[in-house]
Design a protein around this ligand. Structure first.
Ligand code: CP
Length: 300
């Protein structure tokens, strides 16, 4: 099956992924990380936008499951000679890959590819569209920490307009019964947004505060903020975080701009689940690749 957006998953598949990610999280903490769920299978990684966490974690996830992993060096590929994305994908498919994990700047690009290839397509981020595995790993991290998602108050703050993470994480958390508030500067909120978009209101009483970076590469005009101004007005400072619920946690999908949307001290504090998100990223992507290539037999 393809995974392009959270709505591709049935409730059973979502439950299955949350369970399986817990299984792989434990599995990855032992010295010998080998498993054979994808033994003999071929996974291609094609990233046409920069990535650290998603690229590395899909690579590790596929290798730990025993797959043969091939990474297309996008900047050196024949796309630079004018080959289309579709022809590139058809080429991968003709090589009998079992899954194509792709990141692309155009929203909807994975849909166009999935229409024409046989291999499973896993969306690793399509522009401002969706980032389903980030949404899944965020949800699994919250579920792991609190033992539940239902009833939690989650504030997602920052550049909501350009964030595929905000789309996918928001959708999954609300589906599981969390109350999600989106907050950010007006210029960085989705057009037509009519909710409470003040960061102070969103953070007050929140169980989870998730900060997002400003995606300056997607802005048509510079925000014109002076150094330190964004942090003071819209970022996560100690004073703001003190208003969150007792036991509140801090999350960030990365990459993080310390001193802009969050202080370095809070990012490294005991309240932070940021490295836990990264660890869950490998586990969740193991669960996703297994589901997309093999179907949904539980391993746990
Ligand atoms: N969260 C995330 O997608 O990070 P990368 O861009 O480093 O993959």
């Amino acid at each position: 099956m393809d995974l392009i957006r959270p709505s591709d998953l049935s409730d059973d598949q979502l439950d299955h992924l949350l369970r399986e990610a817990e299984h792989w999280l434990e599995h990855n903490r032992v010295a010998d990380k080998r498993a054979d769920r994808l033994a003999g299978r071929s996974v291609v990684l094609a990233f046409f936008e920069n990535s650290t966490r998603t690229l590395l974690s899909f690579d590790m996830a596929a290798q730990r499951l025993g797959a043969m992993v091939t990474t297309l060096p996008a900047e050196k590929s024949s796309v630079a000679k004018g080959e289309t994305l579709i022809d590139t994908a058809l080429t991968v498919d003709a090589m009998q890959a079992d899954a194509l994990v792709m990141r692309h700047p155009e929203p909807g690009a994975p849909d166009s590819v999935a229409e024409v290839i046989r291999a499973a397509v896993v969306n690793a981020g399509d522009g401002t569209g969706e980032h389903p595995t980030q949404g899944l790993l965020d949800t699994a991290t919250i579920h792991h920490h609190f033992g539940r998602v239902e009833g939690l108050k989650v504030a997602i703050c920052g550049d909501i307009r350009h964030s595929r993470v905000a789309s996918s994480t928001h959708a999954l958390l609300e589906r599981l019964g969390a109350k999600v508030a989106l907050a950010g500067p007006t210029a960085l909120m989705p057009e037509g947004h009519d909710g409470p978009d003040g960061i102070d209101e969103a953070v007050a009483g929140a169980d989870v505060v998730m900060m997002l970076r400003i995606q300056r590469e997607r802005l048509s005009a510079d925000l014109g903020d002076k150094p330190g101004e964004y942090l003071e007005r819209y970022g996560l400072t100690e004073d703001r975080f003190k208003t969150a619920a007792p036991g509140a946690v801090i999350m960030h999908p990365g990459p993080m701009n310390r001193g802009v949307e969050i202080t370095g001290e809070l990012a490294d504090s005991e309240h932070s689940l940021i490295t836990a998100q990264v660890e869950m990223g490998v586990a969740m992507r193991m669960a996703v690749l297994d589901l997309c290539i093999n179907g949904s037999d539980d391993t746990a």
